[in-house]
Design a protein. Structure first.
Length: 173
């Protein structure tokens, strides 16, 4: 038990450990610090000091993914592209749209048939991609759900459109 009257007792005590000759640890106090009672308990309070991944001998241990720079957490959202070139195919007909990111996971563009549209990317992790489509209201405008798989900067899959059509799509960015 230590006693002192300093407002920062943890900084006021100077503990000197002597390792040579296996001597016991001793605590030394500054002379003017002797008014207050403080209890101290040995042990860890958490955190780390110095390098981690180091063996007792002082050599650094290497792990298989150390320094790879890529996360190994499956399912983590990847960064969304600035633009997406989307192609839709249905019964021999093809439509294209260049979608520009307008903030967050929202994209905007105009289909090759003239319809203005917005897309929200609702899934872009691992090897999957999901999007929701909503055309600007007008004759022939539709909504739809697009799901597919992706590899690198390409994706492809199926779309379920509100007019009853089920189409194929592919995208690149």
């Amino acid at each position: 038990m230590l006693q002192w009257g300093h407002p920062l007792p943890a900084l006021a005590a100077a503990v000197m450990l002597t390792a040579a000759g296996c001597q016991q640890a001793r605590a030394q106090l500054s002379p003017p610090l002797q008014k207050r009672t403080v209890l101290a308990q040995a042990g860890s309070t958490g955190g780390s000091v110095g390098k981690r991944n180091k063996s007792i001998s002082g050599e650094e241990e290497s792990s298989p993914d150390a320094g790879s720079g890529r996360s190994t957490h499956a399912g983590r959202e990847d960064a969304l592209p600035k633009t997406i070139q989307l192609n839709e195919h249905w019964h021999g007909m093809n439509w294209t749209v260049s979608l520009r990111n307008i903030g967050g996971s929202n994209y905007q563009g105009t289909w090759s048939n003239g319809y203005a549209t917005t897309f929200a990317v609702t899934g872009f992790a691992g090897n999957s991609m999901k999007m929701e489509r909503k055309d600007t209201p007008g004759f022939g405008a539709v909504t739809g759900s697009y799901t597919g798989t992706r590899t690198g900067n390409r994706a492809a899959g199926d779309a379920s459109i509100s007019n009853g059509a089920n189409s194929k799509w592919d995208a690149s960015w």
